[in-house]
Design a protein around this ligand. Sequence first.
Ligand SMILES: *Cc1c(COP(=O)(O)O)cnc(C)c1O
Length: 472
Amino acid sequence: MESTEDFRKYGYQLIDHIVDYFKTIDNQAVKSKEAPSALKDQLPLTAPEKAESMDDIIYDFNQIIKPGITHWQHPNFHAYFPANNSFPSILGELLTAAYGVQGMIWETSPAAAELEEVVLNWLRQAMNLPSDWSGVIQDTASTASLVALLTAREKASNFAINKKGFKNQTYRVYASDQAHSSIEKAVKIAGIGSENLVKIPVDDQFSIQINILVDHIQSDLKMGYQPLMIVGALGTTGTVAIDDMNALGKLASQYNLWFHVDAAYAGSALLLPEFRAQIMGLELADSFVFNPHKWMFTNFDLSAYYVKDKNALINTFSILPPYLNTSSYGQVNDYRDWGVQLGRRFRALKLWFVLRSFGLERIRDKMREHIRLAEWFENQVINSERFELLTPRQLNVVVFRAVGRVDTNGFNALLMNKVNQSGEIYLSHTQLNDKYALRMVIGNTRVEMKHVKKAWEVLMHMENEIEKAYSK
Ligand SMILES: *Cc1c(COP(=O)(O)O)cnc(C)c1O
């Protein structure tokens, strides 16, 4: 399988495979039904010494690997957040793999660096983000938030911690108790210590309580801590709750703190003017991240990270060994200085394919369609006597549960497991105070009304079945 003609043959074959996959994806069980170790038990313990044929490899993919795949691109995948892809994105990814460039600096592939700058500027404008923000692609939002925190730490210490390590600084980071776990992970990795992540309680909309945050900052200052950063959530993972960006931004500038906005999921919706208009104060952020790899038809992974003080970012991460000190240094972006990794994939290509092939208009249309479908689902819940809404719908996410049971949490956990085991649809849950809550996310590239109707029917049917079993 080293000849170009073999590649052509199997390349066409796999494109056909992909087309057939998407044509029949509705018939697959959304969630893999494999038992633990089922795949491992079918594979040898050591790598093959001798070359094997591509026919055999593809055969085994179908027989052994595919049953263990959960179909994230299935239109009835409503769990977590989507990681949706699209045909233009897959084609872009194919070229990225084929050209195989290593975009650590401009010099190692000018197109990779320049296209990244161009597409992130396109997105920045389309989302009406401040024109003085600079964008860079990170692998994930987790990495972007770590990069933000390290930059904040270095700026606050006048770049001393990078050189000398911690002296006596005890920094404090503030986020709501609904903030994503990646924030806590970043706080650990950055050497700040997870006990110095102050989790602020939320209001009944699951947004951070500003007055409690102020109290914490003030009492931390009195106790000799150094407040460093506020993380605002533009769409929490549990319920897509949105913190008051304006209040957080003002507070951050009052106390000279870094203001990072985690918009990993809901950030895509800033492409919609009607949503953008509701978000006041975003321009006060020092850094901002959102994931085109969640709800923007761009296959995983691709996170868009924007920062106001580009120099602080670069001063935090730049390393200049002699072999990387090239003549173009300083004129163009060398993105290895904009984050953790040296080596970088040519990720901008798939985003460029998506933005051009859909156009912003079609992307907005599809997102609005998802929101409309979620609105329909929300109405079914509201009008049903057996289900209730737990928070008002935000965008395309409905948080709800079955009602009226002795053990409501146990009932809903059972309902979710039954529904997921059926393979018909796939949901996930969250915990809201003491309530077990189901999340219905409608963001797949190919989801239509018929899929959302099916999801609702499956839920009603299973609820009824469990109810019958309970009352026996
Ligand atoms: C999904 C999510 C993340 C993590 O995203 P990754 O790109 O997987 O690291 C962070 N924050 C929020 C709010 C999320 O929804």
